[in-house]
Design a protein around this ligand. Structure first.
Ligand SMILES: Cc1ncc(COP(=O)(O)O)c(C=O)c1O
Length: 440
């Protein structure tokens, strides 16, 4: 039995197994299974249920509030939060509102707001999934903020050159364009062919472009529109050999792929855990390698803006005034959920589902896939079109016929972001709709 067949099996036997293990409590005399929640397990990367159990992923799917007859394929815009994450946010706000009069601002009192304490434990947990230390992580609001902090914080002179791709999200392009307009740095957006044939092509484009004036290479880890998994390690090798600072935009990578910033070898890495890591919206992480920390001026300044002392590390980049502590409680719960299910398991399932979508689409006449087909560049975002159908029509047909939410990309394309909460049946359903539209 292959993995897909196992996933399609009824889950009664699995439920019994979970109950026997005490992982799925049975309630009431009739033994009706209650909806289980994954209890937060701090820091444990070990899944508690065998992956080959056919009921595992349907059980995971039940941890989300999306109605069972709907399917969500737009994680590239915003991830769906598991209920444990939602509860962490709501509980935090409710508890704070009840006990606000008790808040005496003494350091031993639990913090009711974000923005003033270094949050070392949470930064340690978040850093753990990237192979970074707490001091190398700043808790921000999104990737855009992290990218702005690097683009604005580096010492650059007029004429200094920054290399980007032509595939940037506005949030990874705007910060550099602003400096170009205001201070005369030179921003070059290198054209990446679509579909991108192989990693070597991308590396060659950067190798040919880098020159004596190049001070920064800033690239997405996974591109927004076509989901190209960029050869970031090779690009960072290339940059390091020439003394060029590297920033990787991991907004679409963290939670989809396992990310090791030390292996990538970048100087800075920004991401948005509210996408693939399924944290509540308004969470960002910025990593800066310990020995490059001193190269980044603060953009937003408050009490500790110039405090370079360990163990606070990048705490000085977290000085943007009062924030919502509930969002950090949600991030904490999202990290627990991710670690509990297992980064490796999540990546494997997500990529396998996306691959089955790509393969199915590739076999349909009239479908063109703009995302890479080469496995070395392919991830969980599949962008495609059907001849004679606009992106908006395709998006609407998938919703009308199946209640599947993908995102139109303008023109003739849709972007389908496949995550572990999607299923093989939903991939089949997508292909069925696309086939019927392509046959018209
Ligand atoms: C590659 C990439 N970078 C940056 C961003 C901006 O993310 P955020 O709005 O969370 O800052 C996005 C958002 O889709 C993205 O896809």
């Amino acid at each position: 039995m292959n993995a897909n067949e196992q996933l399609r099996m009824p889950r009664r036997a699995f439920v019994r197994g979970l109950a026997a293990l005490g992982l799925w409590p049975l309630t009431g005399a009739a033994g009706v299974a209650s909806e289980p929640d994954i209890a937060p397990v701090a820091g444990s990367p070990q899944p508690s249920v065998a992956e080959d159990d056919p009921g595992y992923w349907p059980w995971i799917r039940q941890q989300f509030s999306i109605p069972p007859d709907e399917a969500y394929f737009n994680t590239g815009t915003l991830g769906a939060c598991p209920r444990t994450v939602q509860d962490a946010v709501f509980d935090s706000m409710r508890d704070m509102e009840k006990a606000i009069a008790q808040y005496d601002y003494r350091p031993e009192h639990p913090e009711y707001i974000a923005g003033y304490r270094p949050q070392v434990e949470l930064r340690k947990k978040a850093g753990g999934i990237l192979n970074a230390t707490a001091g190398e992580i700043a808790l921000l609001q999104n990737a855009t903020m992290g990218i702005n902090f690097i683009a604005n914080g580096l010492e650059l002179k007029p004429g200094d050159e920054v290399l980007l791709t032509d595939q940037e999200h506005p949030g990874s392009m705007g910060p550099w364009d602003l400096r170009a307009k205001r201070q005369g740095i030179v921003v070059r957006k290198l054209p990446i062919p679509v579909p991108t044939p192989d990693p070597q092509t991308v590396v060659k484009i950067f190798t040919d472009a880098v020159g004596p004036r190049t001070k920064v290479i800033a690239v997405p880890h996974v591109t927004s529109r076509y989901g190209i998994v960029m050869p970031v390690r090779e690009l960072c090798d290339l940059a390091r050999a020439r003394g060029v600072f590297t920033l990787v935009d991991g907004a679409q990578a963290v939670g989809q792929l396992r990310v090791d910033v030390k292996k990538i070898g970048c100087d800075a890495y920004a991401c948005s855990p509210h996408k693939w890591l399924l944290a509540p919206p308004g969470n960002g992480l910025l990593y800066v390698r310990e020995d490059r920390e001193g190269d980044i001026w603060a953009t937003l300044a408050s009490a500790h803006w110039d405090d370079h002392e360990a163990p606070s590390g990048l705490f000085r980049l977290m000085q943007f005034g009062t924030g919502n502590a509930a969002l950090l409680a949600g991030l904490d719960a999202a990290l627990d959920f991710y670690l509990r299910v297992g980064p490796e398991k999540i990546e494997r399932r997500t990529l396998a589902l996306a691959e089955s979508l790509r393969a199915g689409l590739n076999a349909i006449k009239g479908v063109s896939i703009s995302s890479p087909l080469n496995p070395a560049l392919a991830g969980a975002i599949v962008t495609y079109g059907v001849a004679g159908v606009t992106g908006s029509e395709l998006m609407d047909e998938l919703w009308k016929r199946k209640k599947y939410r993908v995102r139109a990309q303008g023109g003739s394309l849709v972007r389908q972001s496949v995550h572990f909460y999607n299923s093989p049946e939903e991939i089949d359903g997508t292909l069925e709709v696309v086939k019927s539209l392509a046959a018209k």
